[in-house]
Design a protein around this ligand. Structure first.
Ligand code: PSU
Ligand code: MN
Length: 302
């Protein structure tokens, strides 16, 4: 039984030892509205190809764990309504039932590791939600980073989260949180979170070396690379803070919880910023894809 299916392009790249960058699909189905979600997915894949690596977008389609999607599969997924959102807990159930689902950061990491892909680009990881002291809502992405050996490039944790608590949990789990090119932790739509990042690196080569060192030491788990959004695309933290607060208050008022929280907040912030948050989101994903390429090219040369 094969556990996953490689697209021909991803299979060829992996066999030839060429750099491959994994991509998640929940950002397509739950993170952005149609049709910008499909435009983003295509742009990210093309950016990766232009930067010397092969993109591998990951999703479960009719029970099949697909590593690398055709353009037609990408389009179907982007248009699909009510697709399941698959984290670690949901992956095997979805596959065993022959259903379709989009992979979160956690599930994408699992698939990437199975396929032998070391680097993964996304927008923002899940983390500790505001009010977690009551709700216990902590994304499975954090536990995944502690046990699955993939370097994840994100623009920091999503700013809708409780960032200090997210950093604390990552520290407890032994996950290196590495800000790229600055001391501050980036906060997704904004370059700075008002928090110092635990670690800093200034080049993709250093990040690749640290990834290899971690695996040589036999330490399970990945690295979180926090790559700040490009200056020209950022929305100032001062602008975002009241909007995030309002979105969180609306979520509470509507009784939104569990898996629905992240998609609800992203959609609400999209409305409250009149679409600006989406433009910034697309810019930061592309920026992360470029850095992930550089890291995977460096890893392939090690
Ligand atoms: N980043 C985005 N949009 C998203 C997500 C990340 O810009 O929709 C998704 C990712 O798939 C991440 C998930 O893994 O949200 C976290 O969801 P939860 O907090 O339920 O674990
Ligand atoms: Mn959650």
């Amino acid at each position: 039984m094969t556990l996953f299916t490689l697209s021909p392009a991803v299979r060829d790249a992996l066999q030839a030892g060429k750099p491959v960058v994994a991509l998640e699909s929940t950002i397509i189905t739950h993170g952005m509205p149609w049709p910008q979600n499909l435009e983003m997915a295509r742009k990210v894949e093309n950016t990766i190809r232009e930067n010397g690596a092969e993109p591998a977008t990951i999703a479960v389609i009719d029970g099949e764990l697909c590593v690398g999607l055709t353009d037609a599969q990408l389009e179907t997924l982007a248009q699909a309504k009510k697709v399941a959102k698959l984290s670690r807990a949901d992956l095997a159930v979805c596959m065993s039932q022959g259903r379709t689902g989009a992979t979160t950061v956690a599930a994408t990491m699992i698939a990437a590791q199975l396929a032998g892909i070391a680097v993964f680009a996304t927008g923002g990881i899940g983390g500790v939600h505001m009010g977690a002291e009551n709700s216990f809502d902590i994304s499975a992405d954090l536990a995944e980073l502690s046990q699955t050996s993939v370097t994840v490039v994100a623009a920091g944790a999503k700013a809708i989260l409780d960032l200090p608590k997210t950093l604390e949990v990552l520290e407890t789990y032994g996950v290196p949180v590495i800000a790229y090119g600055q001391d501050q932790l980036p906060a997704f739509w904004s370059r700075e979170a008002g928090l110092r990042a635990p670690l800093r690196m200034d080049s993709a080569a250093e990040i690749a070396k640290a990834h290899k060192m971690r695996s040589d030491l036999g330490l399970p788990g990945g690295q979180l690379i926090a790559n700040p959004i490009p200056t020209e695309a950022e929305i100032a933290r001062a602008t975002m803070l009241p909007i995030i607060e309002r979105a969180n208050a609306d979520a509470a008022a509507h009784g939104i919880s569990g898996k629905d929280t992240t998609p609800y907040l992203l959609q609400r912030i999209f409305e409250l910023t009149e679409g600006r948050s989406l433009e910034a989101n697309i810019a930061l994903v592309l920026n992360n894809a470029r850095l992930a390429c550089e890291i995977s090219v460096n890893l392939a040369n090690l």
